[in-house]
Design a binder for this molecule. Sequence first.
Ligand code: SF4
Length: 348
Amino acid sequence: VSNWAAPRARLLAWYDAHARDLPWRRTRDPYAIWVSEIMLQQTRVETVIPYYERFLARFPSAHALADAPLDDVLAHWSGLGYYRRARLLHEGARAVASEHAGQVPREAHLRRALPGVGRYTAGAIGSIAFDLPEPIVDGNVARVLARVLALEAPLGTRDAERALWQAAAEWAEGERPGALNQALMELGARVCLPQRPRCAECPLAEHCQARADGRAESLPVVPPKKPPKPVNLVALAAFDDAGRVWLQRGEENLFGGLWSLPSVEGSTRASVVELAPTTALEGVLSRRAVGELKHVLTHRVLSVRVYVQRAASGVRSAALKPVALSEIGRLGTATLTRKLLALAGGGS
Ligand code: SF4
């Protein structure tokens, strides 16, 4: 086991002097830290802050979250993306409410058994809320540790994962593991940047192998990214006589499983006809295309052609529900859905 005592102490001193004042750093409530950690996965700090505050105001405890309907939870997540996170958080809160009397368990194995709580989230809650010496490795921590160790294995490989979690576990041993873990993340976010790391102002500079080797910029080894896949879709905005639009639960990958316009893969007028069985709306061919938009997701670039149908009748599908445009804000909807509705001439 390497001796990290000296760099650890320097990093903690740096953190105490430089840590940003973030809302989730003012609490030791395991539930609140859990919420913040789930939101911070794949989302920037600045974006998360207002969502976190609204979410905690509406769902102040695991019990409150467990008791809330899923649509309400998703509505508070609307715009953050990766809605699976919200659904799992909701499930996790229900497990905490029913199995642990509403208290997030202190024991690591019980935390790990909660829906949606993996090694990272369990370690974040354990170290930050309970001050237990549990490691965490996110993108920022991985970059810092890979550089400190001058790790050769490309990120994401099994060798790299093993080495990084092992190192993080060693760093977590000692006083204030929660602060230490946050300090590693903070250093990665603000000093040990992906490009042009600021080694001159880094508290770990003397202990960093990549810097000593003059390789800070070229490490860690990052495997090449796959280019996003182009996907064509047609979407249907069908309004009923009362001006409400028919929505259905959208696909997880495209709409985060949130309420959305019925859509199908394809790019031609014929593809709209394919929507008929899904939507069970009559008068398919009378629909007209109102435009097309591009939308970029992490792994896909979507081109969506939007068709509008007024006074749609003959709805026989239980999967569809008519929603007044003024109510849409209260349902969880993906950014893509809001863009499609704007193009269709409803919503914003
Ligand atoms: S010395 Fe440079 S490369 Fe090493 S941890 Fe600090 S900022 Fe990152």
